[in-house]
Design a binder for this molecule. Sequence first.
Ligand SMILES: C[S@@+](CC[C@H](N)C(=O)[O-])C[C@H]1O[C@@H](n2cnc3c(N)ncnc32)[C@H](O)[C@@H]1O
Ligand code: SF4
Length: 436
Amino acid sequence: MTVDGAAGKITMDAGVLARPTFAVLPPLALYIHIPWCLKKCPYCDFNSHEVKGDAPEAAYVDALLADLEFALPSIWGRKVVSIFLGGGTPSLFSAAAIDRLLGGVRARVPLLPDAEITLEANPGTFERQKFAAFYAAGVNRLSLGVQSFDSAQLRALGRVHDADEARRAAEAALMIFGNVNLDLMYGLPRQTVQEACADLAAALSFSPPHLSFYHLTLEPNTLFHRHPPPLPDDDTAADIEDAVHATLDGAGYQHYETSAYAKAGRQCAHNANYWRFGDYLGIGAGAHSKLSFADRIVRQLRWKQPKQYLENVALGRPLQQEVDVTRGDIGFEFMLNALRLTAGVPTALFAERTGYPLSLVAHGMEAAVRRGLLDPDPASLKPTPLGRRFLNDLQMLFLGTQMSTQTSAPTSTSAKIRNASEAAPLVRIEATGIER
Ligand SMILES: C[S@@+](CC[C@H](N)C(=O)[O-])C[C@H]1O[C@@H](n2cnc3c(N)ncnc32)[C@H](O)[C@@H]1O
Ligand code: SF4
């Protein structure tokens, strides 16, 4: 297939294979979900549960390792390029439990020597010694859920920590790990542009290598959805976004993905693998996987409720669901991820990672180029500035392989995809961990 310059003329290949074919499988990452938190935040729809008493960490680590063993035949001989311990709040677990978990993982799967190993932490669980012991256990990147450096906002968000605790945790995390992400949210209850800028300035005072900025969204099945707080209007939220982009650009951060900013060389390798449509094995309650084989791609979902997960792993059946990704979905799924990247991806990556020729998405590309949402350069699949602003519209053009190419004006600015592994595969991405 060819895409011809600014006119966006696309010629289709004669036919598209019924099944994918892979000469080389995509890189494989490992996501490990820890589903407990000190307290459930009122805006959060992640698979996280308020811990009652102590979390059953010994039993859960046993289950994770049994789950991994169960998965070994599906990843046989493949090296793991990164690990992300997401949640929930993995920093709720003791350092000894994380040490045993990572030791157990290393004993079962080959891990690249320089693999990025991220752990998500809540400042409310911060203890200097514990965080140093996480580092000694092999965690080499910390993702800290700060949300805001304003104590009044943290109260409004129902967080278990105040601004001082957030600052102390950020400072210590940078000293211990060096490689740190701070999660901030904006569009908080009654937040003004000035307040959002003050939050950003507080974050920048630590000079973190990586920052994630998420627009607070009202998710169904959350307290905030049932009782919405007074949120800033769309114009204010857009002004905050513009101010954040300008400030971070001036401070030397690359806005490399919809919600992620990094200093040079500090992009999150684990999340980059999701966005480049790599494979991932997700273990733990509710974790999602995408695994490629020579002639098919499967998605797996593990049992969501921690109790249900523990019981089913003990019975040797950690999977609640496994489905083949169809030819009809694959183009959209690839674009949903790849178009989040500011630089996009090389065009050749489509065939490499989906196992199908680019002609599968030719109609969508043609429509996107015509509407000015996709860069016409045939060497890359890259959103234009307009495409980034109207990312949902751009992504939707790839929904279904034989899309209609009728055009209409872009209608939405919303582009929320968070942590990859936690999310429903077709709708959202996180550490889950997306920095989710
Ligand atoms: C699993 S949590 C991170 C670690 C830890 N659980 C914490 O909250 O401190 C992932 C991140 O998702 C973001 N997040 C959660 N719910 C959100 C929502 N409704 N809208 C926007 N971002 C959200 C937050 O920034 C949060 O830090
Ligand atoms: S935002 Fe983080 S700490 Fe709060 S409930 Fe969700 S996962 Fe837990």
